[in-house]
Write a protein that binds this ligand. Structure first.
Ligand code: M6R
Length: 611
């Protein structure tokens, strides 16, 4: 959680930091602050609430035009309520150090007690204030700031990505990472550090992804890396990033979420480009080179990425011919799973920084099984920690609610199923050719359908918004999409929604059905429809209103409780790619109708880098 940005360069720092914070706000948005080295002082500006509150504060403050270095932070509270005192940056008692922090210092209580004994005063409830005072304390005996910074960090347990401003080196910024992301941006006469490269994409696309236990020092002219433990200098290889700044902007859409939903046809094209040749009926996944065909698959992920795994498991079994289990990372990490050499563990994560998924990776890595990371963010911890990586290439996803990332994950998992299916002879060449042709045509279908889906959804979304409780029902792969529909609606509109495998209703949940309890049933023509139609009848018979996502000709069989929302026609086996944006737009419109903050729902953050 939390976003950090640091700047050292030829421009006034405050606007650069504020722009960076605007792009990082998705990571946390309960308070924000910046610190600037100005006229022999470190000046801090902090405000609770959204970034606009900090902007107001800054516009009222006298700002010398040439403050070239500074640090900034947007917070998702872990220690202490979101107020101005707890907002970052935190200053040390002598005001010579300012620190921003993403992560948790687990032993902060012990450190605080020791520092209190030494006479330090604490004003906030945060672990970060403890750390910055520890740096002040270490500086008393250290030859320089770098040594003091490292000596302090070596006493800290937990996760951190940090940026430190020191009054006696006002041009420089120190940064360190341990179990939280940090990336350095290299510009001309200016350098950057941030939790996520979108924060400085407008200035440079040349980046260094810091490794675990690495420390960086940037100034306007240079950048140096060192090992946190030994202080030994480290070489680095900068990388060029393809993402452009437009892809991290709203581009005329009201919300990032809406833009990201409408980007899904392009995401599909991007996922397939260079991987399939529908004319030749061929499919290549060079990322899997050297991997022998797994005997079993284990997918581990959180949230929407977990739903991607649930959705794909039946495909990996039916087309791929490989048994597949799907697990929630926060559960998996505390089990002692038995993972053999012939089992492939696939970890799915948009950000590649989700703490539970990374912990699951560690658990898997302690076994003889190979690991494959499926993730969107280049250079992320998952991408670097897994043995094999497939990038989903969805482009930056800014809205806290994940949309296009799921579409890209589903596309890649489908390709994996087809790859193993064709390799294992379950999908013969002619069938593969047909499926690849269908798959290649899907982006056009989606592109054509999205505008009408967006129109049709509005009255249905109002019904959902006005419901107190909603069941999302589905069978087979649609149960996974029902889970995703319920998750999206909950997180965006705060309407209570739960997903059930439709066949489970009769085992208890159907007791809740009443005229004020809405059911949203996913009933595409996929072979399960006869069964789910029966489940819909059972709900209707108890007076429960239903929105059915299905095909028009089937409507005749239902009474007036059932409102049909017609699924655009698309090739068999690929309906999920059309159902998905229908559900996404339903929750988008429901949240908009209720006046909720679509891109930044309450209590959430984009990357969950804490347990
Ligand atoms: O970055 P990840 O894919 O690992 O994130 C996993 C979940 O935190 C994420 O999908 C979350 O559930 C979203 N808020 C869903 O919209």
């Amino acid at each position: 959680m939390c976003g950090i940005i640091a700047y050292a360069g030829h421009r006034p720092a405050a606007p650069v930091l504020m722009e960076g914070l605007r792009r990082l706000e998705y990571r946390g948005y309960d308070s924000a602050g910046i610190a600037l080295a100005q006229m022999k002082n470190i000046n801090c500006f902090k405000a609770p609430g959204k970034l606009a509150a900090l902007e107001d504060k800054l516009s009222a403050a006298p700002m010398p035009p040439l403050a070239g270095s500074g640090i900034g932070h947007t917070r998702w509270a872990t220690h202490g309520v979101p107020n101005e005192t707890n907002a970052h940056p935190h200053l040390s008692n002598n005001r010579r150090f300012a620190l921003v922090h993403n992560g948790i210092i687990e032993n902060y209580r012990e450190l605080k007690e020791r520092l209190t004994g030494l006479g330090y005063a604490f004003y906030s409830d945060t672990d970060t204030e403890v750390l910055v005072n520890l740096i002040e304390e270490e500086r008393k005996n250290a030859p320089d700031n770098l040594t003091a910074f490292c000596n302090a960090l070596l006493q800290a347990e937990g996760a951190f990505a940090l940026a430190l401003l020191c009054l006696d080196e006002p041009e420089a910024i120190y940064a360190a990472r341990q179990n939280a992301p940090l990336v350095v941006g290299l510009g001309q006469g200016e350098n950057f550090i941030a939790s996520d490269l979108t924060a400085f994409l407008a200035y440079t696309r040349t980046v260094i992804f810091l490794e675990e236990g690495e420390i960086a020092r940037i100034s306007p002219r240079d950048c140096a890396l060192a090992d946190l433990r030994t202080l030994a200098p480290k070489d680095y290889a900068a990388q060029h990033i393809e993402w452009d700044v437009q892809s991290a902007q709203k581009g005329g859409y009201k919300h990032f979420m809406l833009k990201e939903i409408f980007e899904q046809p392009a995401v599909l094209r991007g996922a397939l480009a260079g991987r399939i040749n529908p004319d030749a009926g061929t499919l290549r996944l060079p990322e899997l080179e050297g991997l022998s065909r797994p005997v079993r698959l284990r997918i581990v992920a959180c949230g929407t990425s977990y739903n991607a795994g649930l959705w794909a498991a039946p495909l990996l079994e039916q087309w791929g011919g490989i048994p597949c289990a799907v697990e929630i990372a926060s559960e998996f990490r505390y089990r002692k799973p038995i993972l053999g050499r012939d089992e492939l563990v696939i970890l799915i994560s948009q950000s590649g920084e989700t703490a539970d998924t990374l912990a699951a990776l560690k658990v898997a890595a302690g076994n003889p099984c190979p690991t494959l990371g499926l993730c969107n963010v280049m250079g992320s911890s998952l991408a670097r920690g897994a043995e094999l990586v497939i990038y989903t290439q969805a482009g930056p996803e800014i809205s806290v609610a994940s949309t296009k990332a799921l579409c890209s994950q589903m596309a890649l998992l489908t390709l994996l199923a087809l790859h193993w299916g064709s390799e294992g002879g379950l999908v013969p060449p002619e069938r593969l050719k047909g499926l690849l042709a269908d798959f290649a045509g899907l982006a056009d279908i989606l592109e054509k359908s999205l505008p009408s889906i967006a129109m049709e959804v509005k009255p249905l979304a109002e019904r959902a918004a006005n419901a107190r409780n909603i069941f999302f029902l589905g069978r087979g792969q649609n149960f996974a999409l029902a889970q995703e529909g319920a998750l999206k609606l909950k997180e965006l509109s705060y309407v209570h929604a739960e997903a059930y495998a439709a066949g489970e209703m009769k085992h208890g949940p159907i007791a809740l059905i009443a005229p004020d309890f809405l059911t949203i049933a996913l009933a595409p023509p996929d072979g399960h429809e006869a069964k789910i139609f029966s489940n819909i009848q059972e709900v209707a018979a108890r007076g429960g209103p239903i929105i059915m996502l299905g095909r028009p000709d089937k409507n005749a069989r239902f009474g007036r409780e059932v409102a049909l929302w017609s699924i655009p026609s698309c090739p068999e086996g690929f309906t999920g790619f059309v159902l998905l944006p229908m559900l996404q737009l339903l929750s988008y419109e429901a949240a908009s109708y209720l006046g909720k903050d679509v891109d930044q729902p309450r209590n959430l953050a984009k990357s969950v880098t804490v347990e």
